[in-house]
Design a binder for this molecule. Structure first.
Ligand code: MN
Length: 230
């Protein structure tokens, strides 16, 4: 037994659809700029450049149906509905045609963003940690095992208080799931327990305290969150 100086933090984990077992979270990777319509709304160039990766701490994950505290130091808190890929096997330099073998399952997730801090970071060439990797910034619904099918198409959508904000199809991703896994695995050794948020379509927008947020990807559990007071 390791003699810790104080009790170690609880291991972050996620729900698995149709199972009492939990998915232990190792790391949370995210892809930026993966739908052309969202790249355009952010003022970017839609030429297909290599995917942009960033990360969030594993303990930023939040369960479905949770109340999420409105984060500090922002007045422009945004939703980004995304397809989340859960990795089940270790691998590096993974070939695209074998990439789906490494997928444990899929979930609906929200890449919550302090947009004002992100804009300042972009302007000053600074890292995105404070705009993307804050506490409770990675809600996700239950992971549907890949044994029930891989996800390469299907409606992706998000509503706030019942009003449609984001709607597209995951087939519109500039970088497909196999391409994302192949590229990411050249930068990091992927491990069982990794989550990859694969990018958001157009329609990102503001969340306020009291908002009820619902969203997801066709065939996967709907992600529901409530934004609590500051
Ligand atoms: Mn995102």
């Amino acid at each position: 037994m390791t003699d810790f100086a104080f009790p170690p933090p609880a291991a972050p984990s996620a729900e698995i659809a149709g199972s009492s077992q939990r998915f232990p979270i190792h790391r949370i990777y995210c892809v930026g700029r993966n739908y052309a319509d969202h790249v355009r709304e952010m003022g970017g160039d839609t030429d297909r450049e290599p995917p942009v990766f960033f990360s969030k701490p594993a303990d930023a994950a939040v369960a479905n149906d949770a109340s999420i505290p409105y984060p500090p130091r922002t007045s422009n808190f945004h939703h980004e509905i995304e397809l989340v890929v859960a990795i089940g096997r270790a691998g590096r330099d993974i070939q695209q045609d074998r990439a789906l073998d490494f997928v444990f399952g899929y979930a609906s997730g929200n890449d919550l963003t302090r947009r004002d801090l992100q804009a300042a970071s972009k302007q000053n060439g600074l890292p995105w940690d404070t705009s993307k990797g804050f506490d409770c910034s990675a809600p996700l619904a239950a992971i549907r095992p890949a044994s029930r099918g891989h996800v390469s198409k299907g409606r992706i959508w998000l509503t706030v208080n019942g009003q449609l904000r984001q709607e597209s199809d995951v087939s519109e991703m500039l970088w497909s799931v196999p391409e994302v896994i192949a590229e990411l695995s050249t930068l990091f050794e992927l491990k069982p327990g990794d989550l990859i948020y694969t990018g958001t379509p157009a329609g990102v927008g503001v969340l306020k305290p009291g908002d009820k947020v619902e969203g997801g990807v066709e065939g996967l559990d709907v992600l529901r969150s409530t934004i609590a007071a500051r």
